[in-house]
Design a protein around this ligand. Structure first.
Ligand code: ADP
Ligand code: ASP
Ligand code: MG
Length: 421
């Protein structure tokens, strides 16, 4: 009997009606002859509320207690979903992460799954039960509850699919697939029917929160058949034209640019008047690394007098407070700005096309958007802009690369720039 993991995100379980609709989808997969494992997120808005309660008490919270609070959202949904299924005579039971054997690292707030001890779940499945698992949660070897980072239920779902050797992992969400950019920002965004793991990884890493990056990494590593589907449509599973994640060679359309992503959870820190001498970058990064903080774009200004300079870098806005504390004593003056966003153009095809950068920068110039910092890799260009300009930047880039059109040839060849720029 095929095993399917079905994951429902926050909007898909936002109220009791939606939970009943989701339960209905599970029942229809069971009727089709599938063994179902359900993974749920917290109801829409709940995790944000829990996070803000913790932050309102103190931004210097104990991360273990943050996890104790923030993990509760999923517990409610798992219980409600189990009851909704039981109403229809299904032998459903809720499982917390720790009950389902999700062993994680101790990195509270962003823990990684190390192992899933799935024997108890397997026994439940063998008895014909439908496990409804609280996503996002793990437990350390020492028995403390952890959470897997925002969006972590996607990773829970894929990890269960791997541990149970599932035939498919269906991620039900509030959009009907992965688009060339966030369809809520750009109305011309186009649904991608097949996307390579590599491209999805890049898109997720720069803000396309439709899938948590670790879920994509894990699905790629373990060869999990992963699809993104709409929970709001009537059809289910393999009848729904969502987006399928596939190996690079199985992508149907060859394109230069696969998408545009945007992350508004960014902040920038500038260390003013630091000494321009060997070793400074290391002395800046060390306390941040010790505090477990990742930094991204780094810009060092030109030194006017050969002595002092300014160093700017970006990081996740959730880490801003911790970073400023960690940097105490490193520079005399530290300036922060959390009203910034990172917009990125992603495409495996850009490797051999340096014109992509020109097109991106021109698109921003034409839209009168100032770029504060730039970082590039072989397959992406990221630009830091003011948060108020982020949506305009996404639309400008999406249109400059003609992502609304299905293309077989590199779009770059057709890009026209406004005169006089
Ligand atoms: P869930 O609660 O189901 O996990 P999320 O809010 O985490 O849902 O992710 C779905 C959202 O991701 C969509 O509502 C959409 O706004 C956003 N999104 C960002 N980039 C993309 C993209 N390229 N394709 C589809 N959705 C995207
Ligand atoms: N509820 C958690 C969050 O909002 C996990 C998830 O939705 O995947 O981040
Ligand atoms: Mg999500």
């Amino acid at each position: 009997m095929p095993t399917i993991v079905m994951k429902f995100g926050g909007t898909s379980v936002a109220d009791l009606q939606r939970i009943e609709n989701a339960a209905d989808k599970v029942i229809r997969e069971i009727v089709r002859g599938n063994r179902c494992v359900v993974v749920v997120s917290a109801m829409s808005g709940v995790t944000n509320q829990l996070v803000s309660w913790v932050n309102s008490l103190t931004p210097d919270y104990d991360a273990r207690e943050y996890d104790a609070v923030v993990a509760t959202g999923e517990q409610v949904t798992a219980g409600l979903m189990a009851i909704a299924l039981q109403k229809h005579g299904i032998k459903a039971r809720s499982w917390q992460g720790w009950q389902a054997g999700v062993i994680s690292t101790t990195a509270h707030g962003r823990a990684r799954i190390q192992d899933i001890e799935a024997e108890r779940l397997e026994r439940a499945l063998a008895k014909g039960e439908v496990p409804v698992i609280a996503g996002f949660q793990g437990v350390t070897a020492a028995g403390r509850i952890t959470t897997l980072g925002r969006g972590g239920s996607d990773t829970s779902a894929v990890a269960f699919a791997a541990a149970l050797n599932a035939d498919r992992c269906d991620i039900y969400t509030d959009v009907d697939g992965v688009y060339t950019t966030d369809p809520r920002i750009c109305k011309d965004a186009r649904k991608i029917s097949r996307i390579s793991f590599e491209e999805m990884l890049e898109m997720a890493s720069v803000g396309a929160k439709v899938l948590q990056i670790r879920s994509v990494e894990l699905a790629m590593k373990r060869g999990i058949k992963l699809q993104v589907l709409s929970s709001l449509e009537d059809k289910i599973g393999s009848d729904l034209p969502g987006t399928l994640l596939v190996k690079e060679e199985d992508v149907l359309e060859s394109h230069l640019i696969s998408g545009v992503s945007c992350s508004k959870d960014e902040a920038k820190i500038t260390l003013v008047g630091v000494r321009d001498m060997p070793g400074f970058a290391a002395s800046m990064v060390k306390p941040l690394a010790d505090a477990g903080i990742n930094i991204d774009m780094i810009v060092q200004n030109v030194t006017a007098d050969g002595n002092a300079t300014d160093m700017t870098f970006t990081l996740s806005s959730a880490d801003l407070h911790k970073a400023v504390k960690a940097l105490e004593g490193v520079a005399d003056k530290v300036m922060t700005d959390d009203k910034v966003a990172k917009v990125s153009v992603i495409g495996i095809g850009m490797k051999a096309h340096p014109e992509v950068a020109l097109t991106a920068f021109k698109a921003m110039a034409d839209a009168n958007i100032n770029i504060m910092a730039i970082s590039t890799s072989e397959i992406k260009i990221s630009m830091l802009v003011s948060e108020t300009k982020a949506d305009d930047a996404v639309r400008a880039l999406h249109s400059a690369f003609e992502l609304d059109k299905v293309e077989k040839t590199p779009q770059i060849l057709k890009v026209k720039h406004k005169e006089g720029r």
